[in-house]
Design a binder for this molecule. Structure first.
Ligand code: PLP
Length: 321
């Protein structure tokens, strides 16, 4: 794991969420200040707003596409949490610049690298803690939960390892074995997912039902330039803003899909679809209320079937209107 992330030491934990929450619990004490990208994974946001705040840690969000967070950093800032691209909304932060600013006030930089696992070297950009949901492409079957915490510093590893040992947090050997088995084929699987997602993104970006495709690997995406500096390749996950964004027409579209099944835990060969209302889960970023976003995980089913499935779904949108 450490080798894939480009770090020195890795710790396996029971879920991707635990990989993010445990280091924050290990590092922060009452009175500390934590900065979190507004596009962070929903449960990470809830953890920060509920658990960290209850412990007396001050939690503040910053814009998801930040190039700098200088004016929000303070001497008491203990950690900066990045997630790039953002959960559902796919914004990208200027990781290297933010890490340099954070280090200048003594803060550690943690990134949820679930999207970029195997396709990035976050330590080269100054990140201190790389957290990954192995439940996704590493397992590759969508049937287990695991996460990894990777660091490039031996002292930080000791701090985290001791904290986790004190809590009694660990993973079973059977599940670790399944992840190791998944890792052996991950590279070729992800490449195939990424090729298909890019082809689908190109098709969607000129489709009359589509307002905007949110997918940094697409060369017309707003964050494509940042993407090329931080990632070697993409994967099967992308988001789509349709012209029709109301919940009822989207429901008709999605409920009738045959190959894209409703689900959130992407990374298996199965195509998935889910929706979110970004306005309901962002503190700073501006999203219109009632405007839903569709997220797709492009699986390994025959590609033409996936396109036809979506095409028929788009027809159901217009029927509803
Ligand atoms: C899936 C996911 C997680 C959580 O992983 P679990 O193993 O399901 O807890 C965290 N962050 C991101 C970005 C994810 O996609």
């Amino acid at each position: 794991m450490a080798e894939i992330e480009g770090g020195v030491r890795s710790i396996a934990v029971p879920s991707g969420l635990a990989a993010v929450t445990h280091p924050l619990l290990a590092l922060c004490v009452t009175g500390d200040h934590v900065l979190i990208a507004d596009c962070a994974y929903g449960p990470t946001r809830s953890f920060a707003k509920e658990t960290l705040r209850k412990l007396g840690v001050e939690v503040e969000f910053f814009p998801s596409d930040a190039a700098s967070i200088k004016e929000r950093l303070r001497p008491g800032t203990r950690a900066v949490v990045l997630e790039s691209p953002g959960y559902y909304t796919m914004e990208m932060q200027e990781i290297g610049a933010i890490a340099a600013e954070a280090h200048a006030v003594g803060a550690l930089v943690l990134i949820d690298n679930s999207w970029g696992f195997g396709a990035s070297s976050m330590f080269a950009h100054g990140v201190d803690i790389c957290c990954t949901a192995l439940s996704k492409y590493a397992s590759g079957a969508g049937d287990l939960c695991m996460g990894s915490i990777t660091v490039a510093d031996e002292a930080l590893f000791r701090t985290l390892k001791t904290f986790l040992a004190n809590l009694g947090t660990g993973v079973s050997s059977d599940e670790a074995y399944l992840v190791m088995r998944g890792l052996s084929s991950m590279q070729v699987r992800v490449r195939e997912h990424a090729d298909r997602a890019l082809e689908l993104a190109r098709w969607l970006s000129v489709h009359p039902a589509v307002s905007r495709v949110l997918s940094p690997p697409l060369d017309t995406d707003r964050y494509h330039e940042r993407y090329t500096r931080f990632f070697r390749n993409g994967n099967g996950l992308l988001s789509v803003l349709l012209h029709e964004t109301g919940i009822e027409p989207l429901r008709a579209m999605i409920d009738g899909l045959e190959h894209f099944r409703i689900g959130a835990s992407w990374g298996s060969p199965h195509s998935l679809v889910s929706i979110t209302e970004p306005a309901a889960s962002r503190e700073i970023d501006q999203w219109e209320r009632g405007r839903y976003l569709v997220r797709l995980h492009v699986g390994l089913e025959p590609f033409e079937l996936l396109k036809e499935d979506l095409e028929r779904g788009f027809e159901r949108l217009t029927l509803k209107r």
